[in-house]
Design a protein around this ligand. Structure first.
Ligand code: CTP
Ligand code: MG
Length: 232
């Protein structure tokens, strides 16, 4: 089974609010994104990694790839939305010769604590599905609101807070993202697009350590978590 990763890293980090996008800020001895890419670089079976960055950060990302001498990491320009960034990464993998049945994992640049165990679980879950994603059951009660008023309160056990890596066959991912963009579907992850196209996306137990760095307080949590991870 051929396998590759797409790391969307073209966001500007509006909620984080720093001048330098959060994925390029230092975490320990290297930029945050270098931890994330480094993990996939060490996962066995991942033959290629595509990192999608904005035009302004192509050189910054190239310097990181050079520093770590990652021969199988390709940099492409991301898009206006996360969907477009991931689609550009997927197109680049097709151009590199990966077939529609290759497995691709789309993973946030800002989730540096992804374990090989979680990745293996996801690959195993893809066996009888079109996609596999990690998710946790929300601990807070989630309401649907309108104009600041509670409209409905879905049963929490029917809700899943999605993480990444989100794994799919390359062909299914590409066609779902193309359709999502064409039709203007709002989607903050790939699973939404694939499921809306009729794909079966299996949910596996997410990892609470696999945090996404969204706001400055998440960065502080990441600095603490870093001590538990080795880069060997
Ligand atoms: N991303 C991307 N291309 C975009 C938007 C987002 O590649 N046009 C990436 C981000 O760089 C990040 C991941 O998608 O690695 C998850 O997004 P998020 O945490 O929302 O990051 P930002 O979009 O940068 O932050 P914000 O939503 O606060 O602006
Ligand atoms: Mg965003």
């Amino acid at each position: 089974m051929r396998c590759a990763a797409i790391i969307p890293a073209a966001g500007s980090g509006t909620r984080f609010g720093s001048d330098t996008p959060k994925q390029f800020l230092p975490l320990g001895d290297r930029p945050l994104i270098a931890h994330t890419v480094g993990r996939f670089h060490r996962f066995s079976g991942v033959e290629r990694i595509v990192v999608c960055v904005s035009a302004a950060h192509l050189a910054t990302m190239q310097a990181i790839v050079d520093r770590f001498r990652w021969g199988n990491v390709k940099i492409v320009r991301g898009g206006e939305s996360r969907q477009e960034s991931v689609l550009r990464g997927a197109e680049s993998l097709s151009r590199a010769g990966l077939g529609d049945d290759a497995v691709v994992a789309a993973h946030d640049a800002v989730r540096p604590f992804v374990s090989s165990e979680l990745f293996e679980h996801l690959l195993a879950a893809l066996d009888d599905a079109d996609g596999a994603i990690p998710a946790t059951t929300p601990t807070d009660t989630i309401h649907r609101i309108f104009n600041g008023l509670v409209v409905e309160t879905p049963d929490r056990s029917l809700l899943a807070a999605a993480q990444t890596p989100q794994c799919f066959r390359l062909g299914a991912l590409r066609s779902a993202l193309e359709r999502a963009i064409e039709q203007g579907w709002p989607a903050t992850d790939e699973a939404a697009a694939v499921a809306r196209c009729g794909g079966k996306v299996r949910v596996v137990e997410g990892d609470p350590r696999n945090i996404k760095i969204t706001r400055p307080s998440d960065f502080e949590a990441a600095a603490r978590e870093l001590a538990n991870w080795s880069d060997e």
